[in-house]
Design a protein around this ligand. Structure first.
Ligand code: G4P
Length: 277
């Protein structure tokens, strides 16, 4: 899928992130648990190589539970701390708090050796658009937080959210851009709704999703829509249109309407918890 982002935004966001990198101890990198590789930009590994890293497999509530576990293991093997999260919920915050401390053990020990007491861990949230960065910051910061800014040692204008006496979070997340080198990356990002639908061929995308679902999650289409999964994707789409009464004015089947319905239901988790890679 041929998709373009705007290099102007990219350059500015990248410069800003590099500046902010100097101020922090920890990167909290959000990825979408439904496509944990496609939804991350590996440049962050280079940019943040001196920093501790916590990877949040966000939207884990929408992703396959077994795959969440294997992706967590994958990132842990790479040396990252990992938590599965639903950024909208406060339920997992305790785990995240303790994981932040664990990820920053070295800094905490270094401070102790140098006699520095109570210097909070400073963290920045990063990720590609739509992975849940703002949601996470809002949930994590909650109501009780205080915003601090313009203090000595803090670049003017930077706002820090004090989470507790141990952790401060930069209030603006770092935006990364997806890498579309592999056409499947664009496709998966479009499926999870991270690419504007206006620049995507929805019909084609739905056929790819149908093909994937019948392979990777057999029974899903039958259960949800009563489809005969032995058929080719275009037949499945036609049957879905018929099943859900997606018709054009003259009574002809409206494949695009069925395609949108499928994608909406998939994105909203109504087909169950599904991971695309
Ligand atoms: P961003 O700052 O990284 O761009 O993402 P943002 O927080 O705006 O979140 C994008 C959408 O994803 C929001 O939905 C948000 O509610 C949803 N979201 C974030 N985290 C989670 C999660 O862990 N689980 C689930 N299920 N949803 C999550 P929205 O405002 O309704 O936007 P949209 O769905 O209309 O795109």
């Amino acid at each position: 899928m041929d998709l373009q982002w705007y290099p102007g935004h990219m350059t500015k966001a990248r410069r800003m992130m590099q500046e902010n990198m100097k101020l922090i101890d920890l990167i909290v990198e959000l990825v979408d648990a439904r496509a944990p590789l496609s939804s991350r930009n590996p440049d962050i590994d280079q940019m943040g190589r001196q920093k501790s890293r916590l990877i949040l497999l966000n939207k884990a509530d929408l992703a396959d539970e077994r795959k969440n576990l294997s992706w967590s293991a994958h990132f842990q093997e790479k040396g990252f701390y990992t938590v599965m999260a639903d950024a909208r919920s406060r339920a997992g915050l305790k785990v995240i708090h303790s994981m932040i401390r664990e990820a920053c053990q070295e800094k905490l020990k270094r401070d102790e050796r140098r006699g520095i007491k109570n210097r909070p861990i400073r963290a920045m949230v990063v990720g590609i658009p739509n992975v849940g960065k703002s949601t996470f910051i809002n949930t994590f910061a909650g109501k009780a937080c205080t915003r601090t800014g313009n203090r000595p040692g803090v670049t003017k204008g930077k706002q820090w959210i004090r989470l507790d006496k141990n952790v401060e979070l930069l209030d603006t997340p770092g935006i990364l851009w997806p890498k579309f080198d592999d056409p499947q990356v664009g496709e998966r990002l479009a499926m999870i709704g991270s690419v504007k639908d206006e620049i995507v061929n929805i019909d084609e995308l739905s056929l790819r999703l149908l093909a994937y679902l019948k392979e990777a999650y057999p029974g899903t289409l039958r259960e949800r829509y009563g489809l005969d999964e032995d058929q080719a994707p275009d037949r499945l789409l036609a049957d879905l249109a018929r099943e859900r009464n997606c018709l054009k004015k003259g009574g002809e089947l409206d494949h695009s309407k069925a395609a949108r319905l499928l994608l909406d239901e998939f994105r909203g988790g109504r087909l169950g918890r599904i991971t695309l890679e």
